[in-house]
Structure formats: C-alpha cells, structure tokens
Ligand binder design. Structure first.
Ligand code: ATP
Length: 501
C-alpha cells in the first residue's frame, strides 16, 4: 500500500516539475543508474536481506499429528526425535547426544511436509521452510549465504515469538545436499552444502534457541554421505506409500468435511486404491465432491468415488470420440483383458471402460484382494496373460491386431524380464544385464508364448461372452466387473449341466 502511495506521489512531483519547465533529465538519469546498480547487487544476493522461507503463523491451529493418516512408524520415529526439542533436560540427564537433523525420505505426496509441520506444532516451535532449489544461484557464495540467513532467521523468529526452539524444514534437500563434485558448477553447490554442514555442527543443546533441521527428499540415494553421517541427519525416517489401513485413515481425514451417502464404504475405496499416495487420496476425495456437485447431488455417492479413482489414475476424460468400428475394437480389446483377469483370478475386475482418458482409449481396473509387496512367478505370469488378453481378443474376434496393444506388450516384456532377473525362469539365477541378447530374447519369447497360448484358449472358449459384454459396454461406456462375472457364471453352469446329461 505504502509502495503504491510512494509511486503516486513521486509521479505527481515529476509531472509538476515538467509542468513548471524544470530540467529534470539529469536527476532522472542519476536515479536510473542507482536503480540499475541496486538491481545488479540484489540479483547477486548482496543487498536484499533474502529470506528463503515462509513463517507459518497459523501453526498452532494448523497441522497436528492427528491430521496425518497412517504413517504410524514414521510418526513414532519422528516423535522420538522431537524429544530433543521438547524435553531437552531429559535428554541431557540421560547423556544422550542431541539429534540435530531428521531426514524424511519417501515418494512424493506421502506427507513429509505435513509431518514437519505437525512436528513444529507438537513442539511449539517456530517453523521455517525452504526448498533446496532456493539455495542454488549461478553466483558462487550466494547459496552459502542463504543457508546462514536461514538459520539466523530461525533464531530471530523463535525469539520474536517467545519460543525456545525452531524447526527448519528444507524440502528437496537432495538439490543442495547431493554428492559433492557431482554437479558441473560444483563449486557453488559444494559451498552451499559445506555451509549447511557447518551450521549443523554448530547446533547444541545449550543454545538459547534449539534448532532441529528436518529435510525431505524423494531421492535419498543422491545425498552426500557427509550429510547422512551420525551427528548430522541422525534419523532417516522412511515415509512410504500408505497401506490399506493408512489409506482408510487418510480417506477418513479428507472426507470429514464432506457429506457422504450412507452406502459409501471408505474401507472398500481404500482396498481399491493400492499404490495411491496421501496426495492422490486427497485429490480423489476432492474430485468425488466435484463430480457430486456437477451432478447436483447433495451427497457423495459410491459412483462419484469410482469416477474419481479413474480420474486420479488415468487423467481427465478426453473429448475425442473414436469412430463406431474403432469403439467396438476398443471394447473387444478391454473385455479380452477383463475376461482373462476373471479366469485367472475370479472377482478381480472392478471396472471396464471405453471412455478415453489421458493416453488410454479404454482400460480395465483390477481390484487387488490385499496389498502385495512381493510377487510369485504365478502372479507375474497371470499379469502377463491379462496384458496379452487385449491383443488376442482383437485377433480372434476381429481377425487382426492393432497398435492399441503396443503398450501392453511393453509391460508384458518388463514383467517377463522381472521373472528372469528374479531367478524364476528356466535359466535359473542369471543377471539380465550380462545375458547374451539372443538368450534373453529366446527366454522372453518362451514366457510370452506360453501365456499367449493359454490366453488364446480362454478367448476362443468365450467368444460369445466377449460379444455380449462388448455390446453392453458400447451402450453403457463404463461397466462394473459384475456383468462379466454373471455371464461367466452362467456359462460355467451350462457346461456343468451338459456334462451331467
Ligand atoms: P513432496 O515430496 O512432493 O514434497 P510430501 O511428501 O511433502 O510431497 P505433502 O506435501 O506433505 O507431501 O502432502 C501433500 C498433500 O497430500 C497434503 O497437503 C495432504 O492433503 C495430502 N496427504 C499426504 N499424505 C497424507 C497423510 N498421510 N494424511 C493426510 N493427508 C495426506
């Protein structure tokens, strides 16, 4: 506001002077020179008191550990580390070396920033946050200076707020903490990292303001070993993708301000969203509410959530609509996948759709029975069969394949390589990297051909089911797996009766 008034008054004076015929050009020239000089120094980080952080004033009413779903082991580990800030006397009494830094490592969107904010709230500390990229400038020395400013600012903020501790959060810490010498302009990067190490070494329990540094990274493998050694980032807390219970807790948190219809079962949604991060789940709840609003519903219903899962997984619906014969091909392709999936693992298909989204013209969504972290050979072979189902279905029902299967084949080949590299192929334990090309090719061909033969038999036996489901899917565009399951059940009953007669 003051700035605007200042500019207005200055302009007024200049216009009046011109009006009164004063020669103001020499003065304007001098002002221009000063302005340029100021800007150059500013860019070099010399004049402006750069503050690469935002003070979160709303912390007391902000994030607490109750607002973070799942992540129980990360929370426990972090809470232990926070005793250094919260009850330093106890730590001193036990002769424990204080923890200076905690590193939160894990995939994007899993709640690392939330954990750092909750930590500040829990310990009643001042909270300052910065991103690693804010310390990187092309001028040598600026990054190191900003690190000094960051720690100084943390002390000042805590003093101003009458707090005895401060939490400094650096997101994307791998940008400034990556292995020394690994950057082309390594001098500047190394200086910044060295300064961070110096600041960390200087932290002590006796400080007037106790500072805890929390770093977050998606790439802990890139970090310099000096930063990870005991006495610096003592704790490395893994913040992983949530398991089914974690997903349920996160969904509960993000739907607590939304009107849910009584038939929405969050546990069921949690089971269908294996691989989703907290950020995905937040987006899922939000998208479901947007869909409900668009459909003028007062409550969020199960189909709004199903639609939102598809949107978060595959992207926004596309406007393009393929020609009718292409639509039929896509339907037959997708039902091929779904049919094989149901044969290999009954009850595994959640949705089949031919609505184009993102890069896909159609897709099926399988629902995992439970979260799995390791896979057997049978499971991987089953997934290969499902992937091949689309192309084989097109071939058997329409007489030819299409380019729509290229991505399926790529994924099938990757799974085949996984079987080989895990020592589950007939080659025994081998290194895929060192395997001669033709041997690898032969082995992959055997794995894929075996599955293709199996898939062809299933498809040929069920051509009428595919035709029927395709007609229904073309009408509805998106169907649940139940329709297909009913047809498979009826066919099995028929076959059983025929055998008896
Ligand atoms: P990045 O590595 O990309 O910086 P991050 O791990 O720091 O991500 P956050 O910024 O903490 O992730 O989370 C992003 C959003 O996702 C949060 O604002 C929140 O809405 C949601 N979220 C993530 N994890 C959780 C969780 N465990 N509980 C509740 N919400 C979560």
């Amino acid at each position: 506001m003051l700035k605007e008034i200042g500019v207005g008054v200055t302009l007024g004076i200049v216009i009046s002077l011109i009006w009164l015929d004063f020669n103001i050009y020499p003065a304007l020239f001098l002002v221009g020179i000063f302005f340029l000089l100021f800007k150059v120094l500013d860019i070099r980080g010399g004049v402006k008191n750069f503050i690469p952080l935002q003070n979160d004033n709303k912390l007391r009413t902000g994030i607490s550990f109750e607002d973070i779903g799942g992540q129980n082991s990360a929370k426990t580990e972090l809470l232990e580390a926070l005793d250094f800030v919260k009850v330093p006397e106890k730590i001193q009494l036990m002769g424990i070396r204080p923890i200076k830094g905690v590193l939160l490592a894990g995939p994007p969107g899993t709640g690392k920033t939330l954990l750092a904010k909750a930590a500040a709230s829990y310990t009643d500390s001042a909270f300052l946050s910065a991103a690693g990229s804010e310390f990187i400038e092309m001028y040598a020395g600026v990054g190191a200076q900003r690190i000094r400013q960051l720690f100084q600012e943390a002390r000042n903020t805590a003093k101003k707020k009458n707090k005895s501790s401060a939490i400094v959060f650096i997101d994307e810490i791998e940008i400034l903490g990556s292995k020394r010498g690994s950057h082309s302009s390594h001098l500047e990067y190394d200086q910044t990292l060295n300064q961070l190490l110096v600041e960390m070494d200087g932290l002590s329990l006796d400080d007037e303001i106790r500072i805890l540094l929390i770093g977050a990274t998606n790439r802990s493998d890139l970090l310099d070993s000096a930063i990870l050694r005991p006495g610096r980032f003592d704790r490395i807390v893994q913040v992983e993708l949530p398991d089914v219970e974690g997903r349920f807790q996160i969904l509960k948190i993000h739907t607590r301000n939304k009107p849910l219809s009584s038939d929405v079962k969050l546990k069921k949604i949690a089971a269908e969203t294996f691989g989703f991060s907290g950020a995905h789940l937040e987006s899922l709840a939000n998208e479901a509410a947007i869909t409900a609003l668009r459909e003028k519903c007062n409550y969020l219903e199960p189909n709004h959530f199903l639609e939102a899962i598809d949107k978060v997984m595959m992207g926004e619906k596309l406007d393009k609509r393929p020609a009718p014969e292409e639509c039929r091909r896509i339907a037959i392709h997708e039902i091929g996948h779904a049919l094989v999936s149901e044969y290999i693992k009954p009850n595994s298909v959640s949705t089949i759709t031919i609505i184009p989204r993102g890069k896909a013209m159609g897709y099926i969504r399988q629902k995992p029975e439970k979260d799995s972290y390791i896979y057997t050979k049978e499971f991987l072979e089953g997934q290969i069969a499902v992937l091949l189902g689309g192309a084989v279905s097109e071939e058997e029902l329409l007489g030819s394949r299409s380019t729509g299967a290229a991505n399926d084949f790529q994924q099938a080949i990757e799974l085949g390589k996984r079987i080989i590299s895990s020592g589950m192929s007939s080659l025994g334990v081998v290194s895929v990297k060192d395997l001669p090309g033709d041997m690898l090719h032969e082995q992959l061909k055997t794995i894929l051909n075996n599955q293709e033969n199996k898939v062809r038999n299933i498809i040929n036996e069920c051509k009428s089911i595919i035709e029927k489901t395709a007609a229904y899917l073309l009408k509805k565009e998106r169907i649940s797996g139940d329709y297909l399951r009913e047809l498979i059940k009826a066919r099995k009953k028929d076959a059983f009766k025929k055998n008896i007669v």
